[in-house]
Design a protein. Structure first.
Length: 181
């Protein structure tokens, strides 16, 4: 009661950017020969603030596996309220890389009639370019031994081997045609 206020006092203060905890959840993918990853990002922003988050995500290697580490980096914000936050720069999560279906196709090799159904084929497949992979087959046989054109050949025991074979699941049989002249 012994005092009277004289006007309004003013001063300045700094509002610092809030640390933003960004967490990532890995998204599983089929094998595609590269380490690119996709993640879903969540954060602890103030309710009502609007901004978007971008990042780079990569698996530690390209190979098939469960619970593989995904490194999330270059976390950046953009939008109306982005300047109010400082995001953590990196985080990690896990995801699976599942085997890629390998479609092995056979092309029949024509032969001269020899009285049996034994056949020869060449194999091709839809592997990712640059992958080290070999395909083979156990047996190939014409359905019948007589001469004719476009005769059905059944191929069985298709196998894969090589550095990248574990990244694929291949069909084990195929059907093609060839001529017996």
């Amino acid at each position: 009661a012994n005092y009277t206020l004289s006007g309004v006092a003013t001063t300045t203060a700094t509002i610092t950017a809030r640390p933003l905890a960004v967490a990532a959840t890995g998204v599983n993918k089929p094998y595609d020969g590269n380490t690119n990853a996709t993640v879903t990002l969540t954060d602890d922003r103030v309710v009502g603030d609007t901004f978007t988050i971008a990042s780079t995500a990569t698996f530690t290697d390209k190979n098939v596996g469960n619970g593989k580490q995904v490194n999330v980096s270059s976390i950046a914000l953009s939008g109306a309220d982005a300047g109010n936050y400082t995001p953590n720069g990196t985080t990690t999560t896990t995801a699976n890389i599942t085997p890629r279906p390998l479609v092995v196709s056979a092309t029949g090799v024509n032969k001269v009639y020899d009285g049996n159904t034994t056949a020869t084929v060449t194999l091709s497949d839809n592997r990712v370019g640059g992958d080290v992979l070999a395909t083979g087959y156990g047996s190939a046989a014409f359905v019948e031994k007589e001469a004719g054109t476009a005769k059905v050949v059944n191929v069985s025991g298709i196998t894969t081997a090589g550095t990248d074979a574990a990244n694929y699941t291949a069909n084990t049989t195929a059907v093609t045609t060839a001529d017996i002249t």
